[in-house]
Design a protein around this ligand. Structure first.
Ligand SMILES: [Zn+2]
Length: 309
């Protein structure tokens, strides 16, 4: 059941990341590399340098830059300007747990072993990355608002319980915040987060996003599907968190142009895909992310960040 969420995603995301190493190469990364005490990797890409303009990382890390609603439409840049800005690296995680014998080769892109995850996050911290949240990204893309140095956004899809029990304490260690895209059908089920845990993540300064009711492919929605998959689950998340939900992640990263007005109608200010190309007309509704694979050492992750954004 769980695995059925992944195959499409695997094919689409890996195929579009031609610059990335093959899984087998990444898998051979040495244990020594992963275990190295300092995993700092200097970022030297021109892109990273151009989007690091702000000095006040502490204020920026709180995410208190105001919601999209506070930015008047007239002050928002057009699509071409938004597309031209350097992209902020955004990572997408699913399960954080050790591999089991029955996990397929393909599924392991979506299952990051606990120590591998900790090493990946440590590398980001040691390398000087600062996590940002969607409101900051929105303000940056639409108005050019400054971001902290070496910004990165961490996102977690599908409501898996280990995101709360493993990822959350790991991120806390470094003062990192993240976005959790919730598939509401799973709330309270075994191995998934409860409503109370989602509320706690929100209360602790993370952002809760909408990820449909039961992970159906947006390309296939018709009629009531927009209400069932987007409107109702989003309202439920707003009731749970007591906050407006502004952001959406497409299941499998798959989208179609007809979805964008439906998302706008239901209060979404931006939506996230995977590594495919952004839409030229609506780049805010096709913001790119890469899946941080379970096969990736910290160095491979870093290379992927630099190459993909
Ligand atoms: Zn998903």
């Amino acid at each position: 059941m769980k695995f059925t969420r992944y195959p499409l995603l695997a094919a689409a995301s890996l195929a579009s990341l031609g610059a990335l190493p093959a899984c087998n190469d990444a898998k051979n990364a040495t244990a020594a590399e992963t275990a190295a005490s300092s995993t700092a990797i200097a970022a030297d890409s021109a892109e990273t340098a151009t989007l690091t303009t702000a000095g006040n990382a502490t204020a920026a890390n709180t995410g208190n830059t105001g919601s999209p609603a506070t930015i008047p439409a007239a002050q928002r840049a057009d699509a071409a300007t938004i597309t031209a800005r350097p992209q902020v690296p955004i990572l997408c995680y699913h399960q954080i747990r050790d591999w089991r014998p029955r996990d397929s080769k393909g599924a392991k892109d979506y299952i990051v072993p606990v120590e591998q995850f900790k090493a990946q996050i440590k590398m980001l911290a040691d390398s000087g990355y600062h996590t940002i949240l969607p409101d900051q990204l929105y303000a940056y893309l639409t108005t050019g608002a400054p971001l902290p140095s070496k910004p990165v956004m961490l996102t977690f899809d599908d409501t898996d319980l280990d995101q709360f029990t493993v990822a959350r304490p790991t991120l806390d260690k470094y003062g990192f915040k993240a976005v959790y895209f919730i598939m509401t059908v799973s709330l309270g089920r075994p191995n998934y987060m409860s409503k109370a845990q989602v509320k706690q993540l929100s209360d602790e300064g993370n952002v809760i996003g909408s990820h449909t009711w039961d992970h159906h492919n947006v390309k296939k929605y018709e009629g009531e599907d927009w209400v069932t998959q987007i409107e109702k689950p989003t309202k439920q998340l707003e009731e749970i968190t007591g906050k407006k939900i502004n952001y959406f992640a497409y299941p499998f990263g798959l989208w179609r142009p007809e979805a964008i007005p439906e998302l706008k109608k239901r209060g979404m200010d931006a939506a996230f895909i995977l590594a495919e190309k952004r839409d030229q007309q609506d780049p805010l509704y096709t913001i790119r992310r890469i899946i941080a694979s379970g096969y990736w050492s910290p160095r491979t992750l870093h290379n992927s960040i630099v190459q993909s954004f």
